[in-house]
Ligand binder design. Structure first.
Ligand SMILES: [Zn+2]
Length: 277
């Protein structure tokens, strides 16, 4: 068995490296940068810390990209509440060879709504950078209904020190009561993330992924209210089909899928059949 596996892996590597027939699956590298983190809270107001909101939006954006699209990989500058310097962020994106970078922030200082920034210097590819920014900008405004403060340029580190097209988004004002109320809403944060994800996907021409389903193949099977084997919801029957919104993940000794109806189900292939169409 082993030698065959090794040969297959080697063949896969060679076929990816074959410059004559480049397959673009997984070739688009998306770098998402949740602003601030750790001891750097960013702006604060109305009980919110910018670092937490930006991380939430970034993680949601990644999840939507990975769930709804294919032909890309995503890297984040941080996935938890940690301090990462600006140089570390751009070094990470540059050395990874990202195709596109989106830095997510929340505004402050009096105002309301959404604005985005690209680098205000002159550089090769500036028109293309601004074209890609326009797609993300418009998708975020369309998804959120944010007041549109405009497509702007500035001398910000995250858009200046990046070797690839880069945009920095300012998603509402944390010190504005109405914006902050929106930023406390899960569904609004999801809209912001969806705007970013769809914008990135449109900008990079990512393909929409087929929808994932599970069909129950056991005679009857428990579903769960949460990712907890003890938190049983209801029994489903053989032949029932459910839309999957979160792919297989580990829960205790087993694995689960999350379903569109909010419930969870075993991912054990003795009990369910997973398919896409
Ligand atoms: Zn910020």
């Amino acid at each position: 068995m082993l030698p065959a596996v090794v040969i297959l892996v080697v063949m896969a590597v060679f076929s990816l490296d074959d410059g004559n027939d480049v397959i673009h699956a997984d070739s688009q590298k998306v770098f998402i940068d949740p602003g601030h983190g750790g001891s750097d809270s960013g702006s604060t107001g109305n009980g919110l810390l910018e670092k937490n909101v930006t991380l939430d939006i970034a993680l949601k954006t990644r999840n939507i990209l990975d769930h709804d699209y294919e032909g890309h990989s995503v890297q984040l500058s941080r996935t938890s509440d940690q301090k990462v310097s600006l140089d570390e962020r751009t070094n990470m994106a540059n050395s990874w060879g990202a195709d596109y970078l989106v830095s997510i922030h929340i505004n402050a200082g009096g105002g309301s709504g959404f604005e985005s920034y690209t680098y205000d210097g002159s550089y090769p590819g500036k028109d293309e950078t601004n074209r890609l920014r326009g797609i993300v900008h418009d998708d975020v405004v369309n998804q959120t209904g944010f007041y549109d403060r405009g497509k702007k340029e500035a001398d910000f580190h995250m858009v200046r020190e990046t070797a690839m097209p880069a945009v920095l988004t300012e998603n509402g004002f944390i010190d504005n009561e109405a914006d902050a109320a929106s930023l406390k809403s899960e569904s609004f944060l999801t809209s912001i993330a969806r705007g970013h994800a769809e914008g990135i996907a449109d900008a990079l021409n990512l393909s929409e992924r087929s929808q994932a389903y599970v069909e129950v193949v056991a005679d009857s099977l428990w579903t769960y209210n949460s990712a907890d084997w003890d938190d049983r919801a209801s029994i489903v029957s053989k032949g029932e089909v459910f839309t999957v919104t979160r792919d297989k993940f580990t829960v205790g000794d087993g694995e689960m899928y999350q379903l569109e109806n909010g419930n969870y189900i075993s991912a054990n292939s003795n009990y369910v059949r997973y398919f896409r169409e």
